[in-house]
Design a protein around this ligand. Sequence first.
Ligand SMILES: Cc1ncc(COP(=O)(O)O)c(C=O)c1O
Length: 410
Amino acid sequence: MPDEQPDWAAAREQMLLDPTVTMLNTGSFGPLPRPVFDRVTAIRLKLAAGPTDFYVRQAPPLLWEARERTAAFLGTTPQRFVFTTNVSAAINLVASGLRLNAPGEILMSDHEYGCMVWCWERAGQRQGLGVRQFKLPTMATDPGEIVAAARKAITPRTRVLFFSHVLSPTGLILPAKELCALARTHGIISVVDGAHAPAMLPLDVSDVGADFYTGNLHKWLLAPSGAGFVVIGPGNEDRLQPLHVSWGYHADKYPIGEVARSTGPDARDVYGSTPRTRFLEFEGTRDFCPWLAVPAAIDFQAALGWAAVRARIADLAAYTRKVIGDTGLSLATPAARGMSGAMTAFNLPAGVSAPKLRKALWDRRIEVPVIERSDRLMVRVSHHFYTTEAEIDVLAKELPACLREAGGAA
Ligand SMILES: Cc1ncc(COP(=O)(O)O)c(C=O)c1O
């Protein structure tokens, strides 16, 4: 870690952000730093100029390097690391690929990302299992309250425990390691949606101990869109079937089958994979340049210093709580240490129309999501290292007028 504080203004200059927009939504999509954009563009140029040479000769060592670097960054090994297009693809792979014992149920919190719930709904329908949600204490002051809520919800019918490491609606951080340990003691498969965790948290996937840990690299790590992953936990190596059947399906029948047979399923192959990761990962010809640019994204924030980035995020979280709180809105994300990171949500007053509020905000070029839940509306502020206090001030200044335009009093 560099001794000196990074020059945050200079770091912001490196971000390819539209200067006319107040950008407070890294939580949905991360913007690109210039070096990451340059790297993925350089790789795409090679693909464009000579696709055969690229796919057959140039990409395999780059893919292996990306696998090794990303796996090490996340605290796992290349043998357990499967690239996907995004976390949706990763959870689809797990939910569709797992064979579960029916009858039974898939248990999850009531704050999971909408279409991930649907993913489990379909998997359950296909295999004769139900989906049940337990109420999450979203303003918990201690992680133990969350573990207790999950423990209470587990029954002998529970086959899978699914939860987000960092909640999408509010940014609450769940005690992932403790929840996975709880699942394990009950013989339940744990599946973690780590959409927001990589780079927001000092993540060590092996320490979390999930059976399947999935995540996104395009949000807080600032890798190009198109980079996500699944990490296969110990004991689960042969549990998944691929979503796409392609050349990885029968490693032993393909011409290099002899190699796979002689070196085993976890040895590096000629494609930059292992027979086991390729079985799940290879989906035919496609653009996987975003995967190959992930090392550049790791290098970019590592050069700023991870501890410095996290300290900056914590300072911005405190600033957001104060400045937006001063407008009269109540917090929807606990301020307790370890329970929130780079997203802070606020409850909106009754009577606000979500579409009108979105329009009012965007009319002012403010990019911040309005989150609709069955019981309330929230605004969720993302603050990464490049976020400026001035951007948070803009939101605080404009919110009262936006809320009035949307039908609610500030
Ligand atoms: C918790 C959570 N899960 C899943 C997703 C889906 O991410 P993607 O569209 O990158 O697959 C998101 C997106 O914001 C999310 O917040």
